[in-house]
Ligand binder design. Structure first.
Ligand code: HEC
Ligand code: HEC
Ligand code: HEC
Ligand code: HEC
Ligand code: HEC
Length: 292
C-alpha cells in the first residue's frame, strides 16, 4: 500500500516536473513579437538562437556576418515580424545589395535559362513556400545559395579561384552542396557532366592567368616597376575576367563564360605579351644604339 502511494506520488511529482520543463521551453521560444514592433538584429538572434541554434551559427560563419557592415537578419528579413520569409526569398532582396541588376553577379544569372524563366514566371510562384518544399520551377538566388534554410552562403562558393582542382577538398564540398541543389530538378548524370565541363572551362581560364603571371614575373628581372605598370594593370583586369568565367560557370550563363570571360582573357594575355614584347624590342634597339 505504502509502496503504491509512493509510486503515485512519485509519478505525479515527476509529471509536474515534466510539465514545468515543457511549458517553460514553450514560453521561451513560441512568443512571436507584435507585427508592429520594430526589431533590432540582436533581438532576432536572442530569440532565434533558442529556437534554432544551428541557423544562427551558420549565419555567423558566412561572409555575410563578417562583412562590414554585417549583412544581418534585418538586411534580408526586415525589422517587422511579418512576411519575413516571402520577401527574403525573392531575388530582389539579394540583387539590390549585390550591385543591382546590371552587376555581373545578377546579370550572369539573368542571362541564364534559369534567369529567363524566373523573369517570366516569378509572379506565378507562391513565395510563402520554403525553397525545399515548394514547386518553384526555376531556381532564384536564395534557392541555390540558401537551399534548405542554409544561412551560410559561403558554403556554396569556392574562394580560391586560382587553386587547382586536384586534392582541393574545399571545392569538392562546394560542388557537393551545388549538386544537392541542382538535383532537385536535373538528373545526377547531367549535373556531373556540367560540373566536369565547368571545372575544365575554369581550368582553361586559370591557365591563361598563370601564363600571364609567368610572363610578367620573368620580365621583372629585366624591367622596372614603372615599365611593367601597363602589363600589371592588364593583369588586374584578368582577375575580373576570370571571375566572369567563374560566374558564367556557376550561374550557367554562356554569355559570361564566353563574351565576358574566355575571349576577354585571351585579349588580356595578348596585350600583356605585346606590352612586354615592346619593352624587349626597345631594349635591344637601345643596346644596338649603345654599341654604335
Ligand atoms: C520574441 C521572440 C522573437 C523575436 C525577437 C524574433 N522572432 Fe522570429 N520568430 C519567433 C517565433 C516564435 C517564430 C515561429 C512562429 C511564427 O512562425 O510566427 C518566429 C518565426 C520567424 C521566421 C519564420 C517565419 C515564417 O514565415 O516561416 C523568421 C524568418 C523570423 N522569425 C525571423 C526573425 C527576424 C529576422 C527577427 C528580427 C528582426 C525575429 N525573427 C525576431 C520569435 C521571435
Ligand atoms: C542573406 C539573406 C538572409 C539573412 C542574412 C538571414 N536570412 Fe533567414 N532566411 C532567408 C531566406 C531566403 C529564407 C528562406 C529559406 C528557405 O525557404 O529555405 C530564410 C529563412 C529563415 C527562417 C525560417 C526557417 C524555417 O524553418 O522555415 C528563419 C527563422 C530565419 N531565416 C531567421 C533568420 C535570422 C534569425 C537571421 C539572422 C541571424 C537570418 N535569418 C538571416 C534569408 C536570410
Ligand atoms: C542555379 C543555382 C544558382 C542560382 C540561381 C544563383 N547562383 Fe550564385 N552561384 C551559383 C554557383 C554554382 C556559383 C559558383 C560556386 C563556386 O564554384 O564557387 C555561384 C556564385 C555566386 C557568387 C560568388 C561569385 C564571386 O566570385 O563573387 C555570388 C556572390 C552569387 N553566386 C550570388 C548570386 C545571386 C545574387 C544570385 C541571384 C541573382 C545567384 N547567385 C543565383 C549558383 C547559383
Ligand atoms: C545588405 C547587403 C546584402 C544582401 C541583402 C545580400 N548580400 Fe550576399 N553579400 C553581401 C556582402 C557585403 C558580401 C561579402 C562580400 C562579397 O562577396 O561581395 C556577400 C557575399 C555573398 C556571397 C559570397 C559568399 C562568399 O563567401 O564569398 C553569396 C553567395 C551571397 N552573398 C549570396 C546572397 C544571396 C543569395 C542573398 C539573398 C538571399 C544575399 N546574398 C543578400 C551583401 C549582401
Ligand atoms: C528548381 C528547379 C531547378 C534547379 C534547382 C536547377 N535547375 Fe537548371 N533548369 C531548370 C529548368 C526548368 C530549366 C529549363 C529547362 C529547359 O530549357 O527546358 C533549366 C535549365 C538549365 C540549363 C540550361 C539547359 C539548356 O538546355 O540550355 C542548365 C545548364 C542548368 N539548368 C543547370 C543547372 C545547374 C548546374 C543547377 C544547380 C546549380 C540547376 N540547373 C538547378 C530547373 C532547375
Amino acid at each position: 500500500m505504502f509502496e503504491k502511494i509512493f509510486t503515485i506520488f512519485f509519478l505525479r511529482a515527476f509529471s509536474i516536473l515534466l510539465l514545468t520543463v515543457t511549458t517553460s521551453s514553450v514560453s521561451a521560444t513560441e512568443v512571436t513579437p507584435e507585427k508592429t514592433t520594430v526589431l533590432e538584429n540582436s533581438a532576432c538572434i536572442q530569440c532565434h538562437e533558442k529556437q534554432n541554434p544551428s541557423l544562427i551559427k551558420d549565419w555567423q560563419k558566412s561572409a555575410h556576418a563578417s562583412a562590414e557592415p554585417a549583412v544581418d537578419c534585418v538586411s534580408c528579413h526586415g525589422s517587422l515580424h511579418t512576411n519575413m520569409t516571402s520577401t527574403a526569398r525573392r531575388d530582389k532582396t539579394c540583387t539590390n545589395c549585390h550591385g543591382g541588376e546590371k552587376a555581373p553577379v545578377a546579370h550572369s544569372y539573368a542571362s541564364s535559362k534559369h534567369g529567363t524563366l524566373m523573369r517570366i514566371e516569378k509572379n506565378t510562384y507562391d513565395w510563402h513556400q520554403s525553397f525545399a518544399s515548394a514547386n518553384y520551377r526555376a531556381p532564384g538566388c536564395g534557392y541555390c545559395h540558401m537551399h534548405q534554410n542554409n544561412h551560410n552562403v559561403s558554403r556554396t562558393v569556392r574562394h580560391d579561384l586560382m587553386s587547382s582542382r586536384s586534392g582541393n577538398s574545399a571545392i569538392e564540398k562546394v560542388q557537393d552542396a551545388t549538386r544537392a541543389v541542382c538535383q532537385d530538378c536535373h538528373s545526377p548524370r547531367y549535373i556531373t557532366r556540367l560540373l566536369d565541363n565547368g571545372e575544365a572551362m575554369l581550368e582553361i581560364a586559370r591557365k591563361k592567368v598563370r601564363e600571364a603571371k609567368a610572363v610578367i614575373e620573368q620580365a621583372e628581372t629585366n624591367f622596372s616597376e614603372s615599365q611593367l605598370a601597363p602589363a600589371k594593370t592588364q593583369f588586374k583586369k584578368m582577375q575580373h575576367h576570370l571571375r566572369n568565367v567563374h560566374l558564367g560557370v556557376g550561374h550557367q550563363s554562356p554569355d559570361y563564360q564566353w563574351w565576358h570571360g574566355q575571349p576577354a582573357l585571351d585579349g588580356d594575355l595578348l596585350r600583356i605579351k605585346d606590352s612586354i614584347g615592346e619593352l624587349q624590342r626597345l631594349k635591344s634597339i637601345n643596346a644596338a644604339n649603345a654599341k654604335d
